[in-house]
Design a protein around this ligand. Structure first.
Ligand SMILES: [Ca+2]
Ligand SMILES: [Ca+2]
Length: 307
């Protein structure tokens, strides 16, 4: 008898690691630069304070500083006080937001419908959706007609080739990924993405762990972890692969790798970075002997600065 999984659902928790209390107010930035202060006249652009925050104002052009054991005042143009900052945002593929993609450039993707897509949203472009799909993650800077513009795309080996056939765009907004309608004839795919701004000179690492060793249903039925480096149809396997192709501490960069209850590296950088992105592509397949049910587990994604 042919058995199949109707609605396996993967649930992951989103953990962001560190917010230092004094956040640098970047006036202008991109992936490779940041100008912290761009007010050069008398007075600063930040003029407010309350019980929970403070800002630094430039009051006059008298340069210099004064201090005691309990305070320090920098006069004149602000002295460029170093405010380390870390921001970590984890988001997942929103299946319901699917729209067809018809063309792509290095900073835009053309779609059939833009309803629901807005500036600031994270998206993933998927070419030839399925086992051999190629994905890219971006953040929307504007929507013009049928064109969604992004700041840049993060992808693994190459940007997706979009020809309008089986090519899609999704919002990255959720905290769970439904790997629905598993059957022995297909491999179900899902994307978990994240963005890191880490003002840490020696960089950071991102890890993932699961709350239990398997996708479980009913407490005893489970989907096997992938063990041969490739999730394929008709074999009961589950695992993932990262867009980061240069991992030193795991195989998530080169082959489909099983999740475990231990922390495993899925991304890293070796320098300060803004807007660094990566994503995990989840893959699940069933065998004809797999017991029908709703399977789930929780993945936790962890940022660690190289402090
Ligand atoms: Ca295609
Ligand atoms: Ca496992």
């Amino acid at each position: 008898m042919l058995s199949y999984l109707r609605n396996p659902i993967l649930i992951f928790s989103l953990l962001l690691a560190i917010f230092l209390p004094m956040v640098g107010r970047a006036a202008m930035s991109s992936t490779n630069y940041q100008i912290r202060f761009d007010s050069v006249g008398v007075g600063g652009s930040e003029t407010s304070s309350s019980s929970t925050y403070k800002v630094r104002d430039s009051l006059e052009f008298i340069q210099g500083s004064a201090s005691s054991s309990s305070y320090r005042v920098d006069q004149g143009y602000r002295g460029g006080v170093y405010d380390p900052v870390v921001h970590f945002n984890v988001i997942s593929q929103n299946i319901a937001s699917q729209v067809a993609a018809t063309a792509i450039t290095s900073t835009s993707v053309t779609v059939t419908v833009t309803t629901g897509y807005a500036t600031g949203d994270y998206i993933v472009v998927i070419a030839n959706e399925g086992l051999t799909q190629v994905a890219a993650m971006g953040r929307i800077t504007s929507v013009a007609g049928s064109i969604i513009n992004v700041d840049f795309f993060r992808y693994s080996a190459s940007i997706p080739t979009i020809d309008g056939s089986n090519d899609y765009v999704y919002e990255l907004t959720g905290s769970s990924v439904p790997l629905s309608s598993l059957s022995p004839t297909t491999v179900s795919m899902g994307i978990i993405g994240w963005e890191v701004a880490a003002d840490v000179p020696t960089g950071y690492r991102v890890y993932v762990m699961e709350n239990q060793d398997f996708l479980l249903s009913g407490g005893s039925n489970f989907i096997n972890d992938v063990e041969d480096g490739a999730v394929t149809a008709e074999q009961e396997e589950y695992g993932g692969m990262s867009s980061d192709t240069s991992l030193s501490a795991s195989t998530f960069d080169t082959v489909d790798t099983a999740f475990t209850p231990n922390l495993q590296q899925v991304a890293s950088r070796s320098q300060s970075t803004l807007k660094a992105r990566d994503f995990l592509t989840l893959k699940a397949a069933a065998a004809v002997t797999t017991i029908n049910g709703a399977y789930s587990h929780t993945l936790t994604v962890v940022f660690v600065g190289n402090y």
